[in-house]
Design a protein around this ligand. Structure first.
Ligand code: SF4
Ligand code: F3S
Ligand code: FES
Length: 233
């Protein structure tokens, strides 16, 4: 089958603003959008810039806006888009460096701000810190996050206020706040309660719809808010 792939291109060295470029491609229904981008790069225009690594939905590096929705290019099949016109744009709310590549530093700086590591100053036990299966399940959803930024860059609050730490950072905070072995909740609450913290969330749900790992992002945000308000953990 033939499709038209429209890519929002931007080269900071010669363009004043992004512009669309179209490519007519012969593809298979089971091809992924990532395959189409490779086809353009390898066969038509080697200057096309995009990120990818694993190719299998694990590394989180190829989130992009495909037909108006944040998705992973490596997990999006042509046949699932149900159209012969495919648009690809960089994820929104982060500065575009070139074509589909954005500057992820603000995203990772919000990630680091919630201290996404185990905090526990007690001397470690002789063997492992034990945890029941129920305690482990309490933070299971957050462990599925691949830090692709699809959630944060689909959030309208993040678009208009770049200081909002964004849903991905809250998911990471949730992963540790609800870990029975962790004692760093108060430190994380200080960040989450600050001006750009979790109270900026207006329950828009875009984040949940965008998550390629099907994490119930908005629900986790609600759980963090309740933990901060009522100590429900
Ligand atoms: Fe990506 Fe989902 Fe993690 Fe957000 S919560 S960064 S959308 S995997
Ligand atoms: Fe944004 Fe998700 Fe809240 S889209 S407003 S973080 S529910
Ligand atoms: Fe790794 Fe798509 S290339 S998630």
């Amino acid at each position: 089958m033939q499709v038209t792939l429209k890519i929002l291109r931007y080269n900071p060295e010669k363009d004043n603003r992004p512009h669309w470029e179209s490519y007519r491609l012969e593809v298979e229904p089971m091809d992924r959008v990532l395959d189409l981008l490779h086809k353009v790069k390898w066969e038509t225009d080697g200057t096309l810039a995009f990120r990818k690594s694993c190719g299998h939905g694990i590394c989180g590096s190829d989130a992009m806006l495909i037909n108006g929705r944040n998705r992973l290019a490596c997990k999006t099949l042509v046949q699932d888009l149900g159209t012969d016109t495919i648009t690809v744009e960089p994820i929104r709310g982060l500065p575009v460096e070139k074509d589909l590549i954005v500057d992820m530093r603000p995203f990772f700086s919000a990630y680091r701000a919630v201290k996404p590591w185990l905090i526990n100053d007690e001397p470690p036990p002789e063997r492992e810190r034990l945890q029941s299966p129920e305690e482990r399940m309490r933070f299971d959803e957050g462990t599925k996050c691949i830090l692709c930024a699809a959630c944060t860059t689909s959030c309208p609050v993040f678009w208009v206020n770049g200081t909002y730490i964004g849903p991905a950072a809250v998911v990471q905070a949730h992963r540790f706040i609800f870990d029975s072995r962790d004692q760093g909740a108060a430190e994380r609450f200080a960040t989450l309660g600050s001006t750009g913290g979790v109270w900026r969330c207006r329950t828009a749900y875009n984040c949940t719809e965008a998550c390629p790992r099907e994490i119930p992002v908005t629900q986790l945000i609600g759980e963090v808010k309740r933990a901060m308000m009522f100590g429900e953990m």
